[in-house]
Design a protein around this ligand. Structure first.
Ligand SMILES: *[C@@H]1O[C@H](CO)[C@@H](O)[C@H](O)[C@H]1NC(C)=O
Ligand SMILES: *[C@@H]1O[C@H](CO)[C@@H](O)[C@H](O)[C@H]1NC(C)=O
Length: 390
């Protein structure tokens, strides 16, 4: 905890100075930290960084943040807002020579202390999580920090070395659903496209916990859990085998076929299904799971194409495209049992109508091109069967 307290003073000051110039810096593409003129600074308003960690960042591709940003985030997150305001007023009230002096002092301070490394920041957050007397609010904040910190792949790789992965996985058992949600989110983010972390998480036994959480009645928890499960299975055979052992197929089927479940969760489930089918297509040496050719299951996927949500329809189409290309799925099952013909025709008409509306046109055209691709694959698959029986 010593690290935190010694940093507080310097970082609060730095945060004040830097937020005071953020407004000017925001349009400056040269990047990095610069010190504005005294006049600019005096005019600058305090602009606290907006906390965007709550934004649904499942699919974000933002490549992490600089050390300065992480430091600022940390300093602002740990500063009392009233104190910050007071200090900012003080900075604004200084005359140019006092400001210069203050600036030099802070520069010196920063040089002496150096920017704390992400690893140090992670250590602090992990220590916090290990502290059982920490308030729930502080616990959530430590997790929000970790969520940002694990985004760069090097940091994600450090998480386990620092003992953080086991701690975060332990948080999946907390009674507070928000805590469990954050833990799943961190695990998902750290595992994304990262075979090393995927392996570590699987070895620590988190997959079955996360799969149970997918059934949570707390929607946000279920969403982050399926996000983490998907991240663990992507291109990962060991993860997929564990998933199937834990009745993952039934889990997917239950979500896909239950229209009372919210669309956000169903979209993610059908995306995961599409990923698994696609993975199967790329690994022809592996026997195809019988699940993929189960007609009741296939019908529930085809039925999604008449869902009210166009995104859900689109993701269902993507999954159907992969499922059609599997060897063990049968064209006639898609035709006679699932009614894929009629479903594709219904979609075609719906998309034609949407294309008339300016607002929807581009998206509708994209989905239509996907739809016609699926139709073509379907027809070819049907022709193969009819040729054989002719
Ligand atoms: C942008 O920042 C550089 C220093 O990094 C500074 O020299 C330049 O004047 C700034 N430009 C504007 C428009 O503020
Ligand atoms: C644990 O958290 C409490 C409450 O925030 C704090 O007073 C205490 O110093 C912390 N303990 C350690 C070991 O960090």
């Amino acid at each position: 905890m010593e690290l935190r307290s010694s940093w507080m003073v310097a970082l609060t000051l730095t945060a004040v100075m830097v937020t005071a110039v953020t407004a000017d810096r925001s349009n400056n593409k040269s990047g990095g930290l610069y010190w504005s003129t005294a006049e600019e600074e005096a005019q600058a308003q305090l602009q606290p960084r907006v906390d965007d960690s709550a934004v649904d960042a499942d699919f974000d591709a933002d490549g992490g943040f600089s050390s300065l940003d992480s430091m600022l985030q940390w300093a602002l997150g740990h500063s009392d807002p009233d104190q910050l305001k007071e200090a900012a007023k003080e900075v604004q009230g200084l005359n140019p020579s006092d400001l210069n002096k203050r600036r030099l002092e802070i520069k010196q301070l920063m040089e002496e202390l150096k920017t704390p490394s992400d690893a140090q920041l992670m250590k602090v957050a992990i220590l916090d999580l290990k502290n059982s007397s920490l308030s729930l609010e502080d616990r959530h904040r430590a997790m929000e920090e970790l969520l940002e910190l694990v985004e760069p792949i090097d940091n994600a790789n450090d998480l386990n070395k620092l003992g953080g992965l086991a701690v975060v996985i332990g948080e999946l058992d907390q009674s507070d659903s928000e805590t469990r949600k954050m833990a799943a989110w961190i695990i998902g983010k750290a595992s994304q496209n990262n075979p090393l972390v995927q392996k570590q998480v699987l070895e620590l036994g988190a997959l079955s916990k996360l799969m149970k959480m997918v059934k949570s009645s707390f929607v946000e928890e279920a969403i982050k859990a399926i996000y983490a499960v998907s991240a663990l299975l992507r291109n990962n055979i060991a993860g997929q085998e564990m998933f199937y052992e834990e009745s993952g197929e039934k889990l997917l089927q239950d979500i896909v076929s239950d229209s009372s479940i919210g669309n956000r969760l169903r979209i993610r489930a059908v995306v995961l299904l599409g990923d698994l089918a696609e993975f199967q297509l790329g690994n022809t040496d592996k026997d195809e799971r019988p699940f993929f050719s189960n007609r009741i299951f296939l019908k529930s996927v085809v039925d999604l194409t008449s869902a009210a949500d166009l995104h859900l329809q689109e993701k269902a189409l993507i999954a159907i495209k992969s499922l059609l290309r599997l060897k063990t799925t049968e064209a006639l099952v898609f035709k006679d049992f699932c009614g894929l013909d009629a479903a594709l025709e219904r979609m075609r008409q719906q998309l034609q109508d949407l294309m008339v509306e300016e607002y929807h046109r581009d998206y509708a055209m994209d989905v239509e091109s996907l739809r016609s691709e699926v139709q073509l694959i379907f027809q070819r698959k049907l022709e193969k069967v009819t040729r054989m029986t002719a």
